[in-house]
Design a protein around this ligand. Structure first.
Ligand code: SF4
Ligand code: SF4
Length: 151
């Protein structure tokens, strides 16, 4: 479901423009409000929806699979550390989902070049970078050999 902007709520801050990985959130030069220039290219990552401080961005399904009349709203509450999605179905049913969010300050994430280069053995390891320490476990869970046979 691609995004669209309620222009009456948008204040033109540009946060959605900065965060969009598809570079499709633009500021209208005349009205100074954001809009999605190409919904077909939306990754549906919803980064812009979560980032908008004015809750001005909604998502809308394509008419071929999402019947008209439904609605999706998002509410990001940084004080509570949560993000909530409110889905209103066309028949009036409402479902709400709340998830914890991680609010990492801008610029606080280290770039790959800030880490020490991995040694050559890392190429032969099944681990991804910084595993298992970044997962805060001593080792990754694994199936016992008896359950690891091909059938
Ligand atoms: Fe408008 Fe929200 Fe985008 Fe800011 S983040 S420009 S308020 S839609
Ligand atoms: Fe860009 Fe993602 Fe928002 Fe789509 S959902 S407009 S790709 S930030």
């Amino acid at each position: 479901m691609p995004t669209f902007v309620y222009m009456t709520r948008c204040d033109g801050c540009g946060q959605c423009v900065d965060i969009c990985p598809s570079d499709i959130m633009h500021i209208d030069r005349t009205y100074r409000r954001a809009y999605n220039i190409e919904p077909n290219f939306c990754w549906e990552c919803y980064s812009c929806v979560k980032a908008c401080p004015q809750h001005a961005i909604d998502v809308r399904g394509y008419a071929d699979f999402a019947p008209l009349g439904h609605k999706v709203r998002v509410l990001r509450e940084e004080e509570k550390g949560s993000i909530s999605w409110k889905i209103r179905y066309r028949d009036g049913r409402v479902k709400e989902f709340t998830f914890p969010i991680r609010t990492t300050p801008w610029g606080s994430i280290k770039s790959p070049s800030d880490y020490e280069a991995p040694d050559a053995d890392a190429l032969n390891s099944a681990m991804l970078a910084h595993e298992p320490t970044a997962l805060k476990v001593e080792k990754l869970p694994a199936l016992p050999p008896s359950r690891n046979k091909q059938v």
